[in-house]
Design a protein around this ligand. Sequence first.
Ligand SMILES: Nc1ncnc2c1ncn2[C@@H]1O[C@H](COP(=O)(O)OP(=O)(O)O)[C@@H](O)[C@H]1O
Ligand SMILES: [Mg+2]
Length: 225
Amino acid sequence: MPLPLIEAYGLGRSYQQAGEAVVALSSATLRIWPGQRIALVGRSGSGKSTLLHLLAGLDQPSSGSLTWPALGPVESLLPSMIALVFQAPSLLDSLSVAENVALPLLMAGRGSDSDARVAFALNTFGLLALADKLPETLSGGQMQRVAMARAIVGEPKLILADEPTGQLDQASGHVLLDALFKHLAGSDCALLIATHDPVVAARMLIHWQMEHGQLTSGERPGGPR
Ligand SMILES: Nc1ncnc2c1ncn2[C@@H]1O[C@H](COP(=O)(O)OP(=O)(O)O)[C@@H](O)[C@H]1O
Ligand SMILES: [Mg+2]
């Protein structure tokens, strides 16, 4: 029986805004298992990014419990075990596309064979021709593809992607997802995509709905997959 990658009970996160508590996430209970493909669907402001940042161990919950049984302690999660694709642009301006993609390998002390891994990740998303470009010369959609290449380069156990097609037209969004699914086919890497786009969500097997900080279908009966 495999261990879940993530297990959360009654997870909550509140922010202070102008002296008032804003409840961004309330009492979420969920598990993520190896190999799962999950769409986290909800309107803007429903709490999707808040949940992703907690699951990546980047932020601390205000309430509830959160553990990574198959992945280890929170300090070891990013960027080796979990890859987080941010909603906002996150490439480093002074580094080339190839250097940005290599970052997770360097941070994990796995720089020795990084050239081949980076070339593979760039090729997966049709980015080889852009390897030496600086981020400022790229379109928003190209930046999202680079961020995705950076997410797969270290072969993480879980990819958390926050609106990864938000800067792409529908056709380009499908091309990016096609490349990602092809890369992950047969792999045990789990994928959670936050999106407000039903067309993107329709490509994922499992749908979790967020409304006003409430996760309405986080737990699937029957355990793994
Ligand atoms: N750092 C923050 N400080 C204060 N409020 C925040 C912060 N981040 C998010 N919020 C609030 O939490 C709620 C959920 O936001 P978010 O998780 O970004 O939703 P989504 O990703 O679904 O658009 C919103 O009301 C947002 O304004
Ligand atoms: Mg968001």
